[in-house]
Structure formats: C-alpha cells, structure tokens
Design a protein around this ligand. Sequence first.
Ligand SMILES: [Fe+2]
Length: 419
Amino acid sequence: MKIKVNVEQLKTGMYVSELDRPWLGTPFLFQGFAVEDDEQLTQLRELCEFVYVDVEQSVRDIVPHLQKLAAAPQVKKAPKRAPRRAPQAQDGTDHFAFHAELRKARPHYDATRTYIEEALEDVRLGQSVDTKAARRLVGQLADSILRNANALVWLTHLKERDQYTVTHCINVCILTLSFARCLGIGREEMQTAGLGALLHDLGKMRVPLEILNKPGKLTDEEFEIIKTHPVHGYNLLRDKEELTEEVLDIVHYHHERIGGRGYPKGFTGDQISQLTKLVSIVDVYDAVTSDRCYHDGITPHQALNNIYKWAPGNFDQELVESFIRCLGIYPIGSLVELNTGDIGVVVVATERNRLRPMVLLVLDADHKPYSQRTIINLANPKWAEGGEKLEIVHILEGDAYGINVPAIIEDECRQLESA
Ligand SMILES: [Fe+2]
C-alpha cells in the first residue's frame, strides 16, 4: 500500500517510492529508497511538498505510525487562484548579471558561428582549416562561461533546423565548456575540451550531403559511410601544430562507447579519455534535443531521462549523473508553466536553487503574449502573487502554445542592444 505523506511528517525508516516531482535532477538517483538519516529528510523537505511512502517496504517499527497517517483525513489546500495581472518587477536587479554577460557573450557566439560555417565549407571544398582562430574563439567562450555560464547556454537554444551541423558544433562546444566548469576542471583543460568539441564533427563535411541530410532511416552502407566522419576529422586536423593529442582524441573518438560498441575502434572503458567521454555525452544530448530535417528534438528534460537510461554500456555513469546535476531539474531553455498559469522560458539555473530558476515570462495566465517580457527570479521571495510564492508546476514541450524560443532569444538580444 502506498500513502501520500507530507514531507514534514516523514521519518527515517519510511520507504519513499514516489516524489511530487520527477526523480531526475534530484540528488536521489535511485527511484525508491528508505530514508536513512536526517540529511535525506532535510533534502526531501527542501525539494518536495509531499511524497508517496510504500508501507510494506518501510521498516516494521514505523508501520503503525504510517497506518495512523493513512487513516487521518487529508487537509485540502485552497485551490490556487488565477492572477489578475502579471507579477511585477520590484527592483529589476535579478536579471542584471545575466543581461550584462549576454551583451558580452553574443558577439563571441556570432564570431564562433561564422567561424564554424566557414570551417565546414573549407572542409567541403578540400581546403585547410584555420585552427588558430578556433583556439582563440574557444578561449573567449571559456572566459564567458567562467564569468556566468547562463548567457551562452541560453544562446544554445538559437537552433535552426536547416543549420543543424553549424549549431550542433557550437552548442556542443558551449555545453562542454559549461559541463567542464561544473566539474571544476581548470581553464586550460576546459579550453582543450571546448576546442575538441567545436571541431568534433568537421569530418562530416566529407560525407555526401544526400546521406548526411537523408530523411528517414539510413541503409547499412550509408551508415558505414557516416561512421567514417571521426577518422576524416582526425586526418584533417592531425598535422595542426596548435592541436594537442587530447583535442585530436576528442575528434577521433567521440563516437566510442564504454561497452565497446562505438566506432571507429570499438574502444572500451578507459581506452577512451575522460574529456572524450565528457564530450560524447554532450554530443548526444544536443543531437536529441535538436530539430533535424527528419525529426523534431525532444525536451532537455526528456533527453536527460534518456541519456540516464542509455548510460550502461555507452557512457560513464558518474559523468552522466554529474551532467544531469549540472543542467539541473529545469535546464536553461526549458518552457515551464508557473502556478499562476504564466508560461516562461528558463534563463538562469543555479545549483543552489535547483527548483527555483530565473524565468523569462512569455505568456500570461490566459496564454496571451506579454507586450514587455520580464525575468523573474523564483528564488527571490519578492516574486509572490497575493502572498503565494511563484513556482514551476509543469515542464512543457519546446513548442507549446506555438512559442518560438529562438525568435524570443533573438528579440531579447535585439532589445538589449538597443537599450
Ligand atoms: Fe559525430
């Protein structure tokens, strides 16, 4: 029997089988566990309002107490009222650091985008690639990530379906830098990982376009041709003085999988470098969250769920768990619905306030667009409607209510420039 228990009434020995939110991104990566100590109690109280407790799996001493709780009448909360108007900014300082970094980061993002467009074209035409420029650009992106990772990570949602390879290269670079920062990797190594990530798919330009962009399933022969791209990439770059072995390893081995079923070599475990393992997770994450010519991307939240499931035999489990923690419960760029009915895009997520990111409000409670969008910080108690704290109640599909996140990002950047 499962009973719903308010977190304030939780005790050690109770077996928590369900939370009032997704397990993913919480510190509890095992779905269902017996509460062992006060630390777990505190974490559950911070994260949840209520949980479901499995009576049979709980320790025997606690069962009579649980039966009493099950028999007690449930206190009903008053329904959340619809707001009369949108929440109002009080002092406008919440979004200051984000906007300041966005202003600095956007030119570096654009320059890197132009660079990778040209580099891909150079490879297609059989010309040499300027890797010195790549190193300099990745350095600028790394500095931005170290100042405030949110701005560039937000820009990774400037995705264009028909520009997949370009946006994929730059996004894998940015998300790798951000992940490396989360892991506490030093700047030098961060730049190495970022450079490998930016250049990782250059070899794809040696694959015929009709195979690369083929809608629908590839034949075995076509897939064999796609599988040559890491080797092409490595051969294109191996003589570049400024590229270290670590960078070349990322390009060459980003499709290796720890269980040995990757390519080109079928390496296992530690035959794959740590930085390459890191980039391979980010590579898959960006690929599945992107719209392609033949399918729509899935939400960041779904992607993290899938990668967690795929980890055995493919990815380093510990790194996957770190990646999930790094991106957070509500990854930047997620569309979310608040308890007021407003719809917004997550723009800033911090580890300290995993459940309370900063959100750019896009639609009001009637799902009409705001004429002037506001960024609200859910961690700041000043953002309350009629005394009730604002909070996220749902994660939505990336195009819910016809919202076009890339267009909103462009619009916000334009407004910043003209401010
Ligand atoms: Fe690749």
